[in-house]
Design a protein around this ligand. Sequence first.
Ligand SMILES: Cc1ncc(COP(=O)(O)O)c(C=O)c1O
Length: 484
Amino acid sequence: MTPIDSGDLTLSCKNSPLQQQLFQAIRSKVVSHLWPLGGKLPSTRKLALELSISRNTVIAAYEQLVAEGYLESRPGSGFFVAVELPEHYLNVKDRNPKSPAPSACRERPLLNQPFSPGIPDLAQFPIEKWQRFLQRHSGRLSLLGCQDVQGSMALRSAIADYLATSRSVSCSPSQIVITSGAQQALYIASRVILQSGDALLMEQPGYTQMSKILDLNRVQVEPLCVRQHQGFDLQQVFSSRAKALYITPSNQYPMGTTLNTEQRLALIQWAVASKSWIIEDDYDSEFQFAHRPYTSLQGLASDVGGANRVIYIGSFSKVMFNGLRLGYMVVPESTLEQCLVVKDAMGGDTPTHTQEALADFIREGDLLRHIRKMRRLYQHKHALTCQSIHRHFSPQVQVISQAAGLHVTLSWFCSVDEEEFVSQAAANGLVIRALSYYEDSAVKQGITRDWGGVVLGFGNVALDDIESNIAKLARIFDSLMAQA
Ligand SMILES: Cc1ncc(COP(=O)(O)O)c(C=O)c1O
């Protein structure tokens, strides 16, 4: 039973008696469903006081509403919006159905299903430990007020140390900005270094969430076509006059290629010589299964005096969980103030208690312990996913991504339509993504692909369910191949 606040209830029609005005005002709230069915009205005494009218007027109006079926009177409890409204009103409504609100029309996307790309193994997260960290800070009064828009100093220090040891990123805590996921960091970076009409080089297929930002900011995308196993052509970058380059060098999303140290150094040289920017999105570099991860571009750039051209972006969505919505950016000092101006305008500081809990989670070694455990598990899942694909899919279907991260990318040359495959899989409760999803709509026309492909996230599928789900996908694929 929801208590109803009289809110903006007003008596407007001056020509009719007060009781009638109140009757009409309440009736209109009820029939337009602004007051919920079953909701409890304010007491007659309270409403009389709030509207500065006599209690008798309120009682009379309530009783009239009860008599006409809009309210129910429950002795000893008060007045409630009737659960069944009067027939005549319902009939009128049926003849003029109100179109549903836009949000009600939107198809709800399937989220976190088996194979949804980008979701870590949520069941493995040490949730009780995490609750203790949150609990430790939840009673701190000093965290209740407004905080530094750049983010908690404790968290920035912990991230600076973590990045130095794990990714050779060279920075001080003063260069780190805490963000609401990598997504906000990408937005801030784009906003600070690019103006409407500027050009940015971006991998194609590439990270769709970045395309949305560029679209919003009217940045022109120069597509860097990523080829299977090879990556993009660096010569195209060297001959470009684009103001910036956005890359996912450790595990190209979604093709799963990687840039080696030599290629990274060449890109840094280009950025320094042409005074261009590199946005390095290192979203899942913690999970490399086949070789040691390459040093981050930011780290290499610091060694060769080019760090002032690199914005490094990271996320806790993969190493912890997506709903945490925490990420960070490491920025050259020259751009810091501008980044803070943009972040401030976008909503200001980041939830404080969570930042402090995360700082302790990192400092006390729990993040590293979790990453190590998950690296072993994902390596196992990756191997099992690839073996199951070889066992159940037809030989046309190949895994083209490297052994890294939380997804595998498949390709085939036969005539199975990738989008049809995706929708048939969804109808069976499995979420995979067509490669076309990652192709920027503005440049799609210029890109011709004579092969199909999909991305399959193995992070959030239980080990025991991998083979059966892959077999299910393979059956869907085979039936589409038979129809083609
Ligand atoms: C390429 C890339 N960058 C960044 C992210 C992380 O984004 P966020 O931290 O906003 O969840 C993802 C997540 O899927 C990603 O695929």
